[in-house]
Design a protein around this ligand. Structure first.
Ligand code: ADP
Length: 260
């Protein structure tokens, strides 16, 4: 991947602007900074390597050179996006999952925002916000995709099993430019439909662990355990607990794991 081929591959998407880095601390940090200044809607930060990539909850995201996609898209939300913030992580996960399907894999989404192939995490999403007083000025949608095997962190750094697209496809994936083009194309196609029932249904149909017992953790604490029923009206996750009560888990800093 180089800047020229990347710009060519993405040209038809009419993004607001593109900043490419051979190496950067974190594409999300770079995008947040740019979003706080003059970044236009749909500006993209992309890097070949992240030296301090971020996950949720202050976790680290590993992006070694030459083997992964690390990209952060800046959104300046209009009215319709403002009413559906909580669906945005699902939108990014759906866009990545759609790319996987286009390549012939069968992805699933570990609610709210991780993409799995064969039960292993091949991509993560991190949404961050630029506030202006009480108001959301911009959103940064960070996406990390393990393309080649070399992208994987050492096993001891993992909280959940990880894999790459290469593992999931059983062969070398296409060039990263083409993979990113596919993700962004799907993202932009769904963005105006974020508020629709069809979007929720499509996200729901890809959810991993449907009907299985899962545990929701907030930090190290188990916050809830129950059977995964699917998505609620605003992208919240519905579980049925052991007393047959329906519990709704709101999108936030929570993690989902299969229950023991
Ligand atoms: P969660 O699974 O709770 O949603 P995050 O999406 O925030 O977690 O991702 C951070 C975690 O993902 C890290 O703590 C680490 O265990 C794992 N991780 C870091 N880099 C990668 C990677 N390239 N591929 C898969 N998992 C990773």
């Amino acid at each position: 991947m180089n800047e020229e081929s990347l710009r060519q591959a993405l040209a038809h998407l009419n993004l607001g602007a593109i900043r490419y880095f051979d190496s950067v601390g974190s594409t999300n940090a770079e995008a947040l900074d740019w979003a706080g200044k003059d970044a236009p809607h749909l500006a993209l930060v992309i890097a070949d390597e992240q030296t301090s990539g971020r996950g949720r909850l202050n976790r680290k995201w590993f992006t070694p050179r030459g083997s992964a996609i690390a990209a952060s898209l800046i959104l300046r939300p209009g009215a319709s996006l403002r009413s559906h913030f909580s669906r945005l992580a699902g939108l990014a996960a759906l866009a990545i999952a759609s790319m996987c399907r286009e390549l012939g894999a069968e992805p699933q989404i570990k609610w709210p925002n991780d993409v799995l192939i064969n039960g292993k995490k091949i991509a993560g999403v991190l949404i961050e916000t630029v506030w202006a007083d009480e108001d959301v000025e911009a959103l940064v949608v960070g996406m990390g995709v393990n393309v080649l095997r070399e992208a994987l962190p050492p096993a001891e750094a993992l909280l959940f099993p990880a894999a790459s697209l290469q593992d999931g496809l059983g062969k070398l994936p296409p060039a990263r430019e083409a993979i990113l083009e596919s993700i962004l194309r799907h993202f932009l196609a769904w963005l105006p439909r974020l508020g629709t029932e069809k979007f929720l249904q499509t996200w729901d149909s890809l959810l991993a662990f449907h009907g299985a017992r899962v545990e929701i953790r907030a930090g190290e604490e188990a916050a809830a355990v129950g059977e995964l029923l699917g998505l609620g009206a605003d992208g919240d996750l519905q579980l049925r607990d052991e007393h047959d009560r329906i519990i709704s888990i709101r999108y936030g800093d929570v993690s989902l794991r299969p229950a023991a």
